[in-house]
Design a protein around this ligand. Structure first.
Ligand SMILES: O=C(O)CCC(=O)C(=O)O
Length: 317
């Protein structure tokens, strides 16, 4: 792991994923099963899927239909289920109120919950190891991100389905994907493009379909380059909080998905986050390396997440 992360630091995030092949310890059969139950769920009729509808009352957990998720003002061409680490009543006081709630698990496929919970545990373990490596790569200790930063990490899991381009075109015309259509040209901009700004937290582990080339990341020269699927591996993106902690040594990864293929695409994104109430600011070891000043103001992770969550959805009945 130490060797992987030195490469990661010197060469940039997008060169990391091939190095991770077979080294992460999560069984490839489980990665496949996770995508397979996700596909099964999304292939059900809309009436089934909407039984676990996302709403403010569920702490923004649950199923969101096409175009309900908004990024930079544009509805995404995806359907998804969002799961968050559960936040009990009163946990984190006022800060935690918006995210209070329990996950809504689909009853079909029946093993969905059990598989996902196991998968989340494994992804949390791997991410913690990566963060230990990053602590070392940044010149600090392996425990640099533990304790008040991410000793009790929050997590997010998003299972995502992207329609095949031909089907989406048909549905756009027929207005029958979800019984709702965009009348604004702005809403169909981008030819099936889903632009994801940087993620909020520390790291994302993307488990994407093996045979569809749709994910792209923006490199330092401001060009979009493909992040092709490599079977049995994760693409690992950097989040806003790691950018702050590293005082900008790491850049958070702007990425987008364009599924211009005739097939429905699945991606299961696991997000490893700081403690919900962590006050995140540049690490001393990083500000020393970058001229002695802190380039970022601190941010409370939970506040950052809540502001993204409440501005990200246009919910329709
Ligand atoms: O579908 C993908 O490959 C990327 C998904 C993602 O990164 C996100 O939802 O932030």
């Amino acid at each position: 792991m130490r060797q992987i992360l030195v490469l990661f630091w010197r060469n940039g995030i997008i060169q990391m994923w091939p190095k991770m092949k077979k080294g992460h310890g999560i069984p490839i059969s489980l990665m496949e099963e996770i995508k397979s139950v996700t596909r099964e769920y999304f292939h059900q009729p809309y009436e089934e899927k909407i039984k676990i509808k996302l709403s403010a009352a569920t702490g923004y957990r649950g199923y969101q239909r096409f175009r309900e998720n908004i990024t930079k003002g544009i509805p995404d061409m995806q359907e998804a289920i969002d799961f968050y680490r559960e936040v009990e009543l009163g946990m984190y006081g006022h800060l935690g109120e918006v995210m209070q709630g329990s996950n809504l698990w689909p009853s079909n496929p029946s093993k969905f919950k059990q598989l996902m919970e196991h998968y989340i545990d494994l992804c949390t373990d791997v991410s913690r190891k990566i963060m230990r490596g990053i602590g070392l790569a940044l010149g600090g200790s392996a425990d640099e991100m533990e304790g008040e930063i991410a000793g009790d990490p929050f997590w997010v899991l998003r299972t995502i389905g992207y329609p095949a381009s031909s089907i989406l075109d048909e549905h756009d015309k027929a207005d029958n994907v979800v019984g709702w259509i965009s009348h604004s040209p702005a809403l169909i901009i981008g030819n099936h493009e889903n632009l994801f700004s940087c993620i909020s937290g520390l790291l994302t582990l993307l488990n994407q379909d093996d045979d569809i080339f749709a994910l792209q990341v923006r490199n330092k020269s401001d060009e979009w380059i493909s992040a092709p699927p490599v079977p049995g591996t994760f693409v690992c993106n950097i989040g806003d909080m790691l950018k702050i902690l590293s005082n900008g040594i790491y850049e958070s990864t702007l990425h987008r998905v364009i599924n211009n293929t005739p097939r429905y695409r699945i991606c299961v994104a696991y997000f490893y986050e700081p403690n919900f109430d962590a006050a995140v600011e540049p690490l001393d070891v990083c500000s020393q390396k970058t001229g002695g000043t802190k380039s970022f103001e601190g941010a409370v992770y939970g506040k950052h997440l809540v502001s993204k969550v409440i501005n990200n959805f246009v919910m329709r009945d």
